[in-house]
Design a protein around this ligand. Structure first.
Ligand code: NAI
Length: 208
């Protein structure tokens, strides 16, 4: 078989398709064309077909995609078909806001463990999860938790990352404004709202 590298951008768009398909599925729409999906997710239909083609032949020409089936297939591609346990490190302003957000469960992501270094927080229970001391990060290995969210100050981020990797974590969503050095087998996605906001002024129309 010819080796085809799947672009990260195509993988990044899959959850968008999932969100669109979920909306159609909730409305009882059984079949969906790439044009219809395009209108909902803001990606052109050609791109949608191209992205999906990296993973298989899902559509029927003239009919489109079966909504429920494509939902399942994308979940399976993203390995979201079984609940993904995720650890949260740092239970400050951001960490406590994230734990309240109900949107993770819709993708099968489940925050199973919370860690912090503040003795006043350790031992408290939030949403049935007991906040553990950060020195217990190694317990993640036994529990087979492979994903983690980092919400600690920048100065602590690399140290926490190293410990998470040692505990078997391979996927990290990093909120700390710090570039993390990781081995190749570990995938880091960094989010920085301020950096994204800083791009917007560039696009503002001038002279109005
Ligand atoms: P915060 O100070 O309210 O919370 C940080 C938490 O991390 C505290 O509970 C603290 O006890 C804990 N902590 C500190 N060192 C630790 C360690 N070594 N191990 C475990 N826990 C430790 O800060 P906030 O506002 O929640 O921000 C957290 C991080 O997220 C910061 O790096 C901040 O810059 C970043 N941030 C990023 C945003 C983004 O868009 N990416 C938005 C907001 C915050």
């Amino acid at each position: 078989m010819r080796y085809r590298k799947i672009p990260d951008e195509s993988v990044r768009r899959l959850p968008m398709y999932l969100r669109g398909l979920r909306l159609f599925s909730e409305q009882g729409v059984k079949n969906i064309s790439s044009h219809k999906l395009a209108g909902l997710v803001g990606v052109n239909s050609h791109q949608i077909r191209k992205d999906l083609s990296y993973f298989g032949d899902f559509g029927v020409p003239g009919v489109g995609y079966e909504t429920g089936k494509l939902l399942k297939q994308i979940r399976s591609i993203l390995k979201l078909n079984t609940p993904c346990k995720t650890a949260l490190v740092g239970f400050g302003n951001l960490g406590s806001a994230l734990i309240k957000y109900p949107g993770f469960e819709a993708y099968g992501l489940h925050i199973s463990d919370i860690f912090d270094s503040d003795r006043r927080k350790v031992g408290r229970t939030v949403k049935n999860i007991r906040i553990q001391d950060v020195s217990k990060l190694s317990s993640l290995k036994k529990k087979q938790v492979r994903l983690a969210i980092i919400a600690v100050p920048a100065a602590a981020a690399q140290d926490i990352t190293d410990k998470l990797i040692k505990a078997g974590v391979n996927g990290i969503l990093n909120f700390a404004p710090y570039y993390l050095n990781v081995p190749k087998k570990v995938k880091v996605i960094s989010i920085d709202i301020a950096m994204d906001l800083a791009i917007l002024p560039y696009y503002l129309p001038t002279g109005s």
